[in-house]
Design a protein around this ligand. Structure first.
Ligand SMILES: O=P(O)(O)OC[C@H]1O[C@H](O[C@H]2O[C@H](CO)[C@@H](O)[C@H](O)[C@H]2O)[C@H](O)[C@@H](O)[C@@H]1O
Length: 499
């Protein structure tokens, strides 16, 4: 408020903030300090901007009954909720209902005139995403919050009415009965197959959770995969990078010499089509895997694909408009400013917010909120926002590792080499797109009925993959067995004829 009166002096002598301090539920030194700070701020603002008959802040520091609160809401031009951390927060909903009033109540002169209301809400409160007409602010940013207050009270009446109508429609249709019904529906949907599943306790301490796994989900047996591999004539091998052949905890992200050598031995077998399918950029992957001449690489989730080092990168031509980056980046910046250790990675086709180095709990709760926020801001843009291992990524719609898998199988079939063995390994949310595509590939005719399919996730967790291995060491060990079972490259005699 102080900043708004400074930035927009026209409101001095006119705008009043009724600051209702709800009685605190707890006690303690911190609380006393905060109360003293609020009181001091109110006094300072009033002393600076006070005029005869005008006090900019009315500070109500006592329990306020529901009736009195409703009376304030009814007359307020705008409600401001700038909590830096909160749960759902029902204040904006109560305000909207109070501004709408009771139908047929003639107690006010303008009871039949169109209703209007304005909300300035913190992006950190739970109800924020449901209020599409509210002006959303990061309360840590005082200047933009002050601008939002000015914008709210300066807005044309017609606009205030439209926003109010939208909010009232939402609040009146999403009542407590709606919420309870939808919770029950979600619960029923989620638990539908639980009786068929096996439940496991995973992790320790705060990381402990119970996961329900499909009874057919099992550890990948090296004997079984080596046996199927040996019998196959046309094999597709799709490997994710981070968390699959590269441990998530490694500081040095270059593939090890072992990995390069195993991949080269797999690529050397003429029966094999081997791809690294990763979210990483083409320059790093291209450089890291430069010793693997015959390796295919799908970078940035398949936005770029190259079949070997002899070929040029192909771009997935669907999306060339990246205007959405100008909308997504400011949102990511807001969260970066309030989350120590986080940063933004700008790729050619995507934006990624990383929080691996942030506080574990705070980073992941910020990631969840940011994902919601991005989904609402980018609702009409041709993009998808998804979370992964310590990341939230926005990328063009239609670009997915699932599509990469489909392209690989289709092009093998077009070259008369229908895959009769598929190994696809990944650890992350983005790899689930491959597992899903592979799961449906036989029914959709992309793979034939006699294909041996090994979709495998890294770590025991709910997945669309049928198999799991425990960690990257097991992945590399298994690939080593496959490399050992591979045919070496044909040798050439002195005349250059391969044998
Ligand atoms: O598809 P992947 O091979 O699993 O790649 C996914 C993302 O990899 C990179 O992020 C990962 O490494 C970061 C450190 O280098 C780490 O902070 C993050 O938590 C990891 O997810 C890459 O930076 C992203 O662009 C990829 O999408």
């Amino acid at each position: 408020m102080e900043q708004m009166l400074k930035q927009h002096p026209k409101w001095q002598g006119r705008a009043v903030l009724i600051q209702i301090a709800n009685p605190a539920r707890g006690k303690g030194k911190d609380l006393e300090e905060i109360q003293a700070e609020i009181e001091a701020s109110c006094n300072r603002i009033n002393e600076t901007f006070r005029q005869p008959g005008y006090e900019p802040i009315i500070f109500i520091n006592r329990p306020v009954s529901l009736g009195e609160r409703a009376a304030y809401y009814t007359i307020a031009e705008c409600v401001v909720v700038t909590a830096v951390r909160d749960g759902m927060n029902l204040t904006p909903y109560e305000y909207i209902v109070c501004r709408q009033g009771i139908p047929g109540n003639e107690s006010t002169s303008d009871s039949n005139s169109p209703k209007k209301s304005m909300l300035v809400v913190s992006e950190f409160i739970g109800c924020s995403p449901s209020l599409s007409g509210a002006i959303r602010v990061n309360p840590w940013n005082i200047e933009t919050t002050a601008e939002a207050l000015n914008e709210a009270i300066s807005m044309a009446d017609a606009e205030k009415q439209l926003r109010h109508e939208k909010h009232y429609k939402y609040v009146s249709t999403h009542d407590v009965a709606y919420w309870s019904r939808s919770f029950f529906q979600d619960l029923e949907r989620t638990c539908k197959d639980h009786f068929k599943r096996r439940c496991w306790g995973i992790g320790l301490s705060f990381g402990f959770r119970v996961v329900a796994l499909d009874p057919n989900f099992r550890k990948l047996s090296i004997d079984a995969i080596v046996s199927a591999y040996s019998k196959a004539k046309n094999r597709a091998i799709l490997l994710d990078y981070d968390g699959t052949v590269m441990p998530q905890t490694s500081i040095n992200k270059h593939p090890s010499e072992d990995v390069i050598s195993i991949i080269n031995r797999l690529c050397d077998d003429v029966k094999n089509t081997v791809f690294v399918v990763s979210g990483r950029g083409k320059d790093s992957l291209g450089q890291w895997f430069s010793p693997c001449k015959k390796l295919g690489i799908a970078a940035e989730h398949g936005y770029f694909i190259r079949r070997s080092t002899d070929e040029e990168w192909e771009t997935c031509g669907q999306n060339t408009d990246f205007g959405w980056m100008h909308m997504a980046e400011p949102v990511m910046k807001l969260y970066t400013e309030s989350t120590d250790g986080s940063y933004i990675e700008v790729k050619e086709s995507a934006l990624v917010w990383h929080h691996q180095d942030a506080d574990l709990g705070f980073g992941s709760s910020q990631a969840k909120e940011m994902l919601d926020h991005l989904e609402s801001v980018l609702a009409n843009e041709p993009v998808t926002a998804k979370s992964g291992q310590f990341i939230v990524e926005v990328k063009p719609q239609g670009v997915s590792k699932g599509l990469v898998a489909e392209k690989i199988f289709t092009s093998m079939a077009e070259n008369g080499r229908h895959a009769d063995f598929v190994l696809c390994i990944g650890d992350d949310r983005s790899d689930e797109d491959m597992f899903e595509k592979i799961g449906n590939a036989i029914n959709s005719g992309i793979l034939s009925f006699n294909t041996s399919v090994f979709a495998c996730t890294v770590g025991q967790k709910p997945s669309k993959a049928k198999y799991y291995v425990d960690d990257t060491t097991e992945v590399i060990n298994m690939l080593q067995f496959l490399a050992d079972a591979s045919n070496p490259p044909p040798t050439e005699d002195a005349s250059g004829i391969p044998h």
